[in-house]
Design a protein around this ligand. Sequence first.
Ligand code: APR
Length: 309
Amino acid sequence: MKITVIGAGNVGATCAESIVRMELANQIVLLDIRDGFAEGKAMDMNQTSSLHGFHSKVIGVTNDYKATAGSKVIVVTSGLPRKPGMTREELIGTNAGIVKSVVSEALKESPDAVIVVISNPMDTMTYLAVKESGLPKNKVIGMGGILDSSRFKYYLSEAMNCPVSDLQGTVIGGHGDTTMIPLTRMASYQSTPVSNYLSKERLEKVKSSTMVGGATLTGLIGTSAWYAPGASGAALVASIINDQKRIFPCCVYLDGEYGQKDICLGVPVVIGKNGWEKIIDYNLNDSEKASFSKSANAVRSMNSVLSDL
Ligand code: APR
């Protein structure tokens, strides 16, 4: 069993490390365009195997797609990260070219793989991968909502001073600072609404901190974050590889669901061995529906840039 991660930078290497520590496959191929970079990262990770006690291997390669042949999942993290002050959307020109070429090269070797897109702007990159790959829509999944939801739960747990494991919270819509929709109405603390514990103002603050969660980290670190993005990617891969049927908010191609067509946007989906298997209807109220439609409009206008490239 093989899993490939393309891009051995901060997010790709962290994702590969999580995957190898979970032993989701016996071979994890880490591919990068930079000479020797993936090889070095792979060697470093393999040298932790006796410490962490895993038996899988990371195989680092420089642009050698043959080594990725027969992968069950291809995780795409290649591309530029954000710099402070940049939005995810500003990366579109460069990253579209990279995502298009790596997806096409990888699929030549692994035509049956499920593609997981992490490169930003993720909603548009996922749409590009659906359109360019010709894969069935269920086999292309954008990872953004899992990360945004884990940030949402983090900020909730800080505000409520409770363990994050006792909280449920989901972020749907786009993966941009202004397009994501933390569903505060549905967030719960052991089956009770979080609004029982937090004032309206505090909940709004949690929501706004979540929405700029990535930008906050970019400001602090100087580049975009990697621990939570890498771990979120690995959780998604685990549900695919182990056919766990977990429900995650993921960016998928909508064909009328949630009132949208011909767009990839974050909605709750069941994730199993065939990719995303089913979209769950959260019965949004009118204001949530309006936010979703606003988010779709923004992502659609970003997607339109693709045709000008
Ligand atoms: N093929 C393979 N690897 C490539 C290619 C390519 N065509 N182009 C770039 N890369 C590699 C770079 O060499 C680099 O090692 O992608 C890697 C990107 O790593 P980082 O610069 O560390 O960026 P990272 O923080 O990992 O973010 C990657 O994920 O979360 C998103 O916004 C983020 O779009 C960005 C992506």
